[in-house]
Design a protein around this ligand. Structure first.
Ligand code: 6R9
Length: 653
């Protein structure tokens, strides 16, 4: 294992525990016997969870793993995902229940009931059909957090088209790469988005991305800011003109349990993002079950708020599919947490009496930085469960979250999972688990995970190694879009002999056998919970004419978890490495990938540390970036390189 940062060492010495209250335990959705029940017959357990959904045709086999690692769950079953998330609640008499309390950044609001959501999803489905979109077609969606984003996803699901949601902050280049890879037929976007009190353009970026994109036939534009937008006649359509006039009736078709539901791109260790493919029945079963047990969600009682963006998997599984399948009433907020003031989230929680709040460690640390007095001004007494996701949460932030947001009363669930796993895999169960700050603790009932050494042997309690998933699970990815080989290679080759899924995370067992996640073991950085590959940033840097070579590392950062630090060699002596050049490079990366990938720091160097075989030794660069004693340099081709680099770093060049 690589050396551990001070934050991680601190994490490993944490030993506080918090017992659930008796009152909570009594009313909890999850009971302690769930683990044994699942262990005694896993398939029967998952079949029982699948009964949470409405199936038009029941499955004949729970799991077919005969073509591993390509799984089939609930074989022969048929269902419509959108019907399960919307219509069936209306049919059961809950049409007037609010599904979405939407809060716009400038302060405008919309409450959408299940009956209204059903009408809107049907209209959007009819609109897509009118454009010739059919089952298996791909629709790219680049939208901020507006209700139409959720409606568009559900409309795709309803007609069996795959959505590929692209984060609103991604650059035209990143959008184009994803549109091309999925050969999207339709792109849905908006005129612009409100960010930090300003209206920023969106459509213009989409136009830039789509210039010459052959697969795209239509672009649907949601009007949000009212800004003027460039327009391509014959291709572009306003959402309101296209959708509003459509019939609010649409007969949902039952699709096979393994019908593809969506593609979501995530960073891998190469520059090319991976299109993670999810299917219907198993995915929805696990999204629904985990939302029910890990958040203790009670339909009709709770008000739930997951602060993720729908551009990330957390938004897919814990804003759209899990919660809506469970008849949630949820808050969806469009903007940033400090617009117009740093108490915005707490104000929303107070106004809507939010009872379940799910966010990311980077935001919790930001709230800590803004000061305890800010949440203290609001009535947060409605909160009863707090969740965390996206990266390891340090015990200080965990305890602060419980004390200052949860009044020292609420369970905090640290939920480990990935785009690839589709739904939560490792998490405490509120009402059952005595929680430990900083640990995701135990695989959920029905899930199996292990920490193993290099040879694939499980490590003893107290030991560390790699996190693997040793049994298939319903919401597992079914592959990488268009690249089965890469799917096998990335996830299943590392422990091929054992048949384990390699998650790419380091982990350790404590003496009780609880799991502590220690961050990525590959070249993927985790910046504010966003996965960005070092290669991706490196290729963005070298695409700039002044850069000859670049090496990028993730250095630990008190707020964002990791910060991007780049080391670049400039071309020739004509370019000076001054402040302006560095600024230009930072902006270049933001333009190529998106603002989230902007390096925190760029060091202009004359050499990079390389092994004799020419591999850049990122471990050493990480030492420099984290201001640590430089580790073993014996495998370097030229060991004096590191002296040069660290001297440059200290002088602040
Ligand atoms: C859901 C999501 C996945 C990677 C994963 C790991 C990190 C997520 C975590 C966590 C420690 C947690 N991660 N949750 N690490 N504790 N509770 O974030 O998906 O964007 O695909 O990222 O995030 O490194 O491998 P995704």
């Amino acid at each position: 294992m690589t050396e551990q940062s001070p934050a991680l060492q601190n994490l490993l010495t944490e030993n506080r525990t918090f017992q659930p209250s008796e009152e909570f335990t009594q009313r909890a959705n999850a009971k302690a016997d769930l683990y044994d029940k699942a262990d005694s017959d896993r398939e029967a357990f998952w079949a029982e969870q699948a009964e949470r959904l409405h199936w038009d045709t029941k499955w004949s086999q729970v799991l077919d793993w005969s073509e591993a690692p390509f799984a089939k769950w609930f074989v022969g079953g048929k269902l419509n995902v959108a019907y399960n998330c919307v219509d069936r609640h209306v049919e059961a008499g809950y049409g007037d229940q609010v599904a979405i309390h939407w809060v716009g950044e400038p302060g405008d609001t919309r409450d959408i009931t299940y009956a209204q959501l059903k009408d809107e999803v049907c209209r959007a489905a009819n609109a897509l059909l009118s454009l010739g979109v059919t089952a298996h077609d791909r629709v790219a969606i680049q939208l901020q957090m507006v209700p139409e984003a959720i409606v568009a996803m559900l409309a795709c699901a309803r007609i069996g088209a795959l959505h590929s949601v692209v984060f609103g902050g991604f650059s035209p280049t990143a959008l184009r790469q994803r549109v091309d890879d999925a050969e999207a037929k339709v792109v849905i976007t908006s005129d612009g988005q409100y960010r930090r009190g300003k209206a920023a353009p969106m459509k213009a970026n989409v136009d830039e991305a789509l210039a010459g994109a052959e697969s795209v036939e239509k672009v649907i534009v949601v009007r949000r800011t009212g800004a003027e937008v460039p327009w391509t006649d014959g291709r572009d359509l306003w959402w309101h003109e296209l959708v509003d006039g459509q019939p609010a009736e649409h007969q949902p078709e039952a699709f096979d349990s393994e019908h593809p539901l969506y593609i979501l791109y995530t960073s891998g260790t190469t520059g090319k993002p991976k299109g993670i493919l999810h299917t219907s029945g198993g995915y929805l079963t696990q999204a629904s079950y985990t939302h029910h047990v890990a958040f203790d969600h009670k339909p009709g009682e709770d008000v739930y708020w997951c602060t993720a963006d729908i551009g990330w998997v957390t938004g897919h599984s814990y804003i759209v599919y899990g919660p809506l399948s469970n008849r949630v009433t949820q808050v969806v907020y469009e903007g940033t947490p400090n617009t117009p003031h740093e108490g915005r989230h707490w104000e929303i929680i107070q106004n809507y009496k939010v009872s379940i709040y799910y966010t990311a460690p980077t935001l919790i640390r930001t709230f800590m930085k803004w000061g305890d007095e800010i949440p203290a001004k609001y009535d947060l007494s409605s909160l009863r469960v707090l969740g965390s996701v996206g990266e390891p949460i340090n015990p200080e932030a965990w305890v602060w979250y419980r004390e200052h947001i949860g009044a020292g009363r609420t369970p905090v669930v640290d939920t480990w999972w990935q785009t690839e796993t589709g739904a939560i895999m490792i998490s405490p169960l509120p009402g059952v688990t005595a929680t430990k700050p900083g640990s995701a603790q135990r695989p959920l009932p029905g899930i199996s995970a292990k920490v193993v050494n290099d040879a694939g042997t499980e490590v003893p309690h107290g030991g560390g190694g790699y996190l693997v998933l040793d049994k298939p699970w319903p919401s597992m990815l079914r592959g990488i879009w268009g690249d089965n080989e890469r799917y096998q290679e990335t996830y299943w080759s590392r422990f091929a002999a054992q048949g384990f899924y390699f998650a790419g995370d380091g982990a350790k067992y404590d003496d009780d056998g609880d799991i502590w996640l220690l961050g990525r073991v590959d070249d993927v950085m985790n910046v504010s919970g966003h996965r960005i590959s070092t290669t991706e940033v490196e290729s963005a840097l070298v695409s700039h004419p002044t850069v000859a070579e670049a090496a990028v590392v993730g250095a630990s950062d008190p707020t964002t978890g990791q910060g991007i630090v780049a080391f670049v060699i400039l071309r020739g002596s004509a370019v000076d490495g001054g402040e302006e050049a560095v600024q230009e490079l930072r902006n270049h990366v933001a333009k190529e990938i998106g603002p989230i990938a902007k390096p925190r720091q760029i060091m202009v160097v004359s050499e990079l540390p390389k092994t004799r075989s020419g591999k850049i030794m990122r471990r050493l660069l990480r030492d420099v970036a984290e201001d640590r004693q430089i580790g073993d340099v014996t495998t370097l081709a030229d060991s004096s390189v590191m002296d040069l680099i660290s001297a440059g770093m200290k002088s602040g060049k």
